[in-house]
Design a protein around this ligand. Structure first.
Ligand code: HEM
Length: 510
C-alpha cells in the first residue's frame, strides 16, 4: 500500500515542480518583454520630444481618436494646433509621426525609405508582394517592367472601353430609377471600375457588372479594406500566430480566398488565350501588349520569366489598386458635385458643348474640359482616395525647421490632413475649383492624391482618364442631388470610404 502511495506522489511532485519552473520561466520572459517594451517606449518618447501631440493614454495611446468615428475630424484639429506633424500613439509601444506639411512631404518622398512594415505587411496575404508592397531592387525591376503598360499609346484606346463600362452602369441606373430616385452609388461605381480594369488591363471580355463573381470580389475587397485597417490598429492582432485564430483572422482568410479565386480565373483564361493565339512572338507583333500580356511575357534581367507567385501578386495588386481607388475617387467627386449644383451645372454645360450627347467621347476630348478637370481636382483634394501612406525611415532625417527623427522611426504621410491643412489651403473645407485654375500658384507638394517621388502612383493617367470619362457621361445623363437624410461620413480605410455609403438622388435628363 505505502509503495503505491509513494509511486503516485512522485510523479505529482515532478509535475508540480515542472509547473513551477514553467511559471518562473514565463514570469521571467514576461518581465523581459515588459523591460524591452519600456525601453522602446523611452526611445520613442525621446525621439518625438520636439513634436507635441494631444494627450495620450500610456497603454491605449490615442485609441479614443479612432473609436469615436470622428478620426478625420481629429486629424484636422491637429493640423490647426500642431504645425507640420504630430505623433500618434497606436498603443503604448507604437507611435507614428503623422505628417501634413508640404516641405516635410517633399523631403520624405524625395528619399527612398521602404514602406512601413506593419501596415503593408498585413496586405501581403491578399495582394502578395507586387509593385505596391515590394521594396528595393526587385521593386525597381518590376516598376521598369510595368511602366510601358501605362504608355499613352496603350491608354488611348482604353477611353472607348471606359465609356462602354460607364454606359452599362448608367443603363442600369435608369432602370433602377424608374422605381426610386435614390441610389447608394459606391457599390455600382466599384462594379463599373472593376469592369473597366478587367477589360483594359486584363483583356477580359463580357459584362462583369451583372456577374456574381465580380459582386463577391467587390464584397471581399470591402471586407479586406476594413480588416487590414482594423488589424493595423489592434495590439493583439499583430502576431500572425494569434491573429489567424481570431474571428477577424478567419474572415480575412476567407476574403483573401474569394479575391484569389477571382484573379486566378483571370490569369487562367488569359494563359489559355495566349496558347490559342500561337507563339508569344506572334502576339507581340499582333497588337499592343496589355498589362497582363507584359506580365506573362516578361523576362526579368536574369532572363527568367515571372514566377507564378510573382505574377499572381501583380495581378492581385493591379486588380485592387486599379479599381477601388478610382471607385472611391469617382463616388466622392459625384457627391461633391451633387452638393454644389452651380458647379455641377457649369461642368455639364462645358461637357455638352464639347460632346453633344457624349456617344463618341475620345482621348482628344479629355484635355478639353478645363472646368470639369478643376472640379475633379478640387474633389480629390477634399476626398483623397488614398488618405495616407506609410514609410519606415531607413536613415535619420532632419526636417527644414530643424526637428529630426532617428532611423527606424515610422511616419504616416497623411494626404487627407495635408489637403485639409489651413496653413496650406486657406478655408480648406470650402469647395473652390478656382484653386486649380491654370494660373493658381501652389507648393509642389501641397496636392498629392497620387503621392509623389519615385513611388508615386503608376496608374495615375489611367485613373484621371477614367474619372473624366465617368464624370462627363454621368453629368450628361443625370442631375445629381445629395440625400439630406444620409450625409456620407468619410472613413479612412486603405481607400477613403463612407461609413454609411454615398447616397444620392438622381434625376434623368431628357
Ligand atoms: C484615383 C485613383 C488613384 C489614386 C488616388 C491612387 C493613389 C495612389 C497612391 C497615393 C499611391 C502610393 C502608395 C504608397 O506609397 O503606398 C499609389 C500607388 C500605386 N498605384 Fe495608384 N491610385 C489610383 C489609381 C490607380 C490605378 C488605376 C492603378 C492601376 C491601374 C494604380 C496602381 C498603383 C500601383 C501599382 C501603385 C504602387 C506603385 C509603386 O509603388 O511603384 N493606381 N496610388
Amino acid at each position: 500500500m505505502s509503495v503505491s502511495v509513494l509511486s503516485l506522489t512522485r510523479p505529482l511532485d515532478t509535475v508540480s515542480g515542472l509547473l513551477q519552473l514553467a511559471s518562473l520561466l514565463g514570469l521571467a520572459l514576461l518581465l523581459l518583454k515588459a523591460a524591452q517594451l519600456y525601453q522602446r517606449r523611452q526611445w520613442m518618447l525621446k525621439a518625438i520630444q520636439q513634436f507635441p501631440s494631444p494627450p495620450s493614454h500610456w497603454f491605449f495611446g490615442h485609441k479614443q481618436e479612432f473609436q469615436t468615428g470622428l478620426e478625420l475630424q481629429e486629424l484636422k484639429k491637429r493640423t490647426e494646433k500642431y504645425p507640420c506633424a504630430s505623433p500618434r500613439w497606436l498603443w503604448g509601444s507604437k507611435v507614428i509621426l503623422v505628417v501634413y506639411d508640404p516641405d516635410y512631404m517633399k523631403m520624405i518622398l524625395g528619399r527612398s525609405d521602404p514602406k512601413s512594415e506593419g501596415a503593408y505587411r498585413f496586405m501581403a496575404p491578399w495582394i502578395g508582394y507586387g509593385l505596391l508592397l515590394l521594396n528595393g531592387e526587385t521593386w525597381f525591376q518590376h516598376r521598369r517592367m510595368l511602366t510601358p503598360a501605362f504608355h499613352y499609346d496603350i491608354l488611348k484606346p482604353y477611353v472607348r472601353l471606359m465609356a462602354d463600362s460607364v454606359q452599362v452602369m448608367l443603363d442600369k441606373w435608369e432602370e433602377l430609377l424608374s422605381q426610386n430616385s435614390h441610389l447608394e452609388i459606391f457599390e455600382h461605381v466599384s462594379l463599373m471600375t472593376l469592369d473597366t480594369i478587367m477589360k483594359c488591363a486584363f483583356s477580359y471580355q463580357g459584362n462583369h457588372q451583372a456577374d456574381r463573381n465580380s459582386q463577391s470580389y467587390i464584397q471581399a475587397i470591402k471586407d479586406l479594406n476594413y480588416l487590414v485597417f482594423s488589424r493595423v490598429r489592434n495590439v493583439f492582432y499583430q502576431k500572425d500566430i494569434f491573429y489567424w485564430l481570431t474571428s477577424e483572422g478567419h474572415r480575412n482568410h476567407k476574403a483573401c480566398q474569394l479575391a484569389h479565386q477571382h484573379t486566378d480565373r483571370v490569369i487562367k483564361l488569359r494563359k489559355a488565350q495566349l496558347q490559342e493565339e500561337g507563339e508569344l512572338e506572334k502576339v507581340r507583333n499582333k497588337r499592343h501588349l496589355d498589362f497582363l500580356d507584359i506580365l506573362l511575357l516578361a523576362k526579368m534581367e536574369n532572363g527568367r520569366g515571372l514566377s507564378d507567385k510573382d505574377l499572381r501578386a501583380e495581378v492581385d495588386t493591379f486588380m485592387f489598386e486599379g479599381h477601388d481607388t478610382t471607385a472611391s475617387g469617382i463616388s466622392w467627386i459625384l457627391y461633391t458635385l451633387a452638393t454644389h449644383p452651380e458647379h455641377q451645372q457649369r461642368c455639364r454645360e462645358e461637357i455638352q458643348s464639347l460632346l453633344g450627347d457624349g456617344a463618341s467621347i475620345t482621348w482628344e476630348h479629355l484635355d478639353q474640359m478645363p472646368y470639369t478637370t478643376m472640379c475633379i481636382k478640387e474633389a480629390l483634394r477634399l476626398y483623397p482616395p488614398v488618405p495616407s501612406v506609410g514609410r519606415e525611415l531607413s536613415k535619420p532625417i532632419t526636417f527644414p525647421d530643424g526637428r529630426s527623427l532617428p532611423r527606424g522611426f515610422l511616419v504616416s504621410l497623411s494626404f487627407y490632413a495635408l489637403h485639409h491643412n489651413p496653413n496650406v489651403w486657406p478655408k480648406p473645407e470650402v469647395f473652390d475649383p478656382s484653386r486649380f485654375a491654370p494660373d493658381a500658384a501652389r507648393h509642389s507638394h501641397a496636392f498629392l492624391p497620387f503621392s509623389g517621388g519615385s513611388r508615386n502612383c503608376i496608374g495615375q493617367h489611367f485613373a484621371v482618364n477614367e474619372m473624366k470619362v465617368a464624370v462627363a457621361l454621368i453629368l450628361l445623363r443625370f442631375e445629381l442631388a445629395p440625400d439630406p437624410f444620409r450625409i456620407p461620413v468619410p472613413t479612412p480605410r486603405i481607400v477613403l470610404m463612407s461609413k454609411n455609403g454615398i447616397h444620392l438622388h438622381l434625376r434623368k435628363l431628357l
